[in-house]
Design a protein around this ligand. Structure first.
Ligand SMILES: Nc1ncnc2c1ncn2[C@@H]1O[C@H](COP(=O)(O)OP(=O)(O)O)[C@@H](O)[C@H]1O
Ligand code: SF4
Ligand code: SF4
Ligand SMILES: [Mg+2]
Length: 295
């Protein structure tokens, strides 16, 4: 992999995947590209690209099993477990609650009787799909957290690893919303991140949060203001620009609100392919061009 890029943003539904899939379609015309959908709780890049999830691989973490013949009911395992995944009955018999277990192995190492056996549990999957559009093709790697699971980082890591193995030119990651640790994991090592926001007070707040994370990680940030439209004030734009400036970032593009973007989502075709002359497509062309000139 020669360069890693990211598309990120403060909250769900801001337009991260719309930006990521359209940029992927354009960048892949010039470079060999792998797109990684690391929004493992709600991955939707494959829907925007009209493809399925293929080549499934499970993501497993350690799950402890207790050998009750050896267990002396000392309670040490429950003491060291900081996720509350080991509960003790009144007579101190330990039981593991799989959903709460992060697979950290602390109990395994702490048990003085070696009564804990290492098992495994599937918490999610990664997928690899080849995306063939009219004007470009690229690989899509998707991470999916199993329903009801809470331990996101191992799935993000597994999908990131699979995408990195495939990428020998450009890796573009699409992160989940917010600033949780798994977003930082997804962003790690990026040369440039496109932070997608909206011209609203909430968008302004979320932008500040994500720019803070990016500056802490030493990642150059470009801001894209999405859903620009009637009612968006010049004053809001000034405030977004000021926030960006405070973190050494710049506003690179403004995407108007457009029903055609929703239509392209429903059809599973990026707008740059569906309507190449659309004003939104033109915004993506110039953004992709600037990225190619930078990397
Ligand atoms: N500029 C826009 N105008 C109208 N709808 C948009 C725009 N940008 C995104 N959308 C729509 O908003 C929804 C969420 O977008 P998505 O890119 O999936 O967000 P995220 O990845 O940030 O959760 C989708 O239905 C998408 O089509
Ligand atoms: S630490 Fe080992 S011996 Fe002690 S309660 Fe847990 S499983 Fe049993
Ligand atoms: S592996 Fe870690 S999280 Fe799971 S039960 Fe043991 S100590 Fe708790
Ligand atoms: Mg998304």
């Amino acid at each position: 992999m020669r360069v890693k890029l990211a598309v990120t943003g403060g909250k769900g539904g801001t337009g991260k995947s719309t930006v990521a899939t359209n940029l992927a379609a354009l960048l892949a015309r010039e470079r060999r590209l792998v797109l990684a959908d690391l929004d493992v709780e709600a991955p939707n890049d494959h829907i925007l690209l009209g493809v399925g999830l293929e080549n499934e691989e499970p993501v497993k973490i350690m799950l402890p099993f207790i050998d009750y013949k050896k267990c002396t009911r000392c309670g040490v395992c429950a003491e060291v477990c900081d996720t509350g995944a080991i509960v003790l009955t009144r007579d101190k018999t330990p039981y593991v609650v799989p959903r709460l277990c992060s697979g950290c192995r602390a109990c395994y190492f702490a048990c003085p009787e070696k009564a804990i056996i290492e098992g495994q549990r599937v918490i999610g999957y990664t997928y690899h799909t080849n995306v063939r559009l009219k004007t470009s093709s690229f690989d899509l790697v998707t991470g999916v957290l199993r329903e009801g699971e809470e331990h996101t980082p191992p799935v993000v890591l597994a999908a990131r690893r699979r995408a990195m193995k495939l990428a020998n030119d450009v890796l573009l990651v699409d992160t989940s919303a917010g600033t949780a640790s798994h977003v930082a994991i997804a962003l790690e090592g990026s040369k440039l991140a496109v932070a997608v926001t909206e011209p609203t007070p909430l968008g302004l707040h979320d932008l500040e949060m994500i720019l803070k994370i990016l500056s802490e990680q030493g990642i150059e940030a470009w801001v894209v203001v999405n859903r620009w439209g009637i009612g968006s004030s010049g004053r809001m734009m000034d405030r977004l620009a000021e926030t960006a400036r405070n973190y050494g970032a710049v506003i690179k593009a403004r995407i108007p609100y457009s029903r055609d973007i929703v239509d392209s989502y429903v059809k599973g075709v990026p707008i740059v392919e569906m309507l190449p002359d659309h004003e939104v497509s033109k915004v993506f062309y110039s953004l992709a061009k600037e990225i190619l000139e930078t990397i």
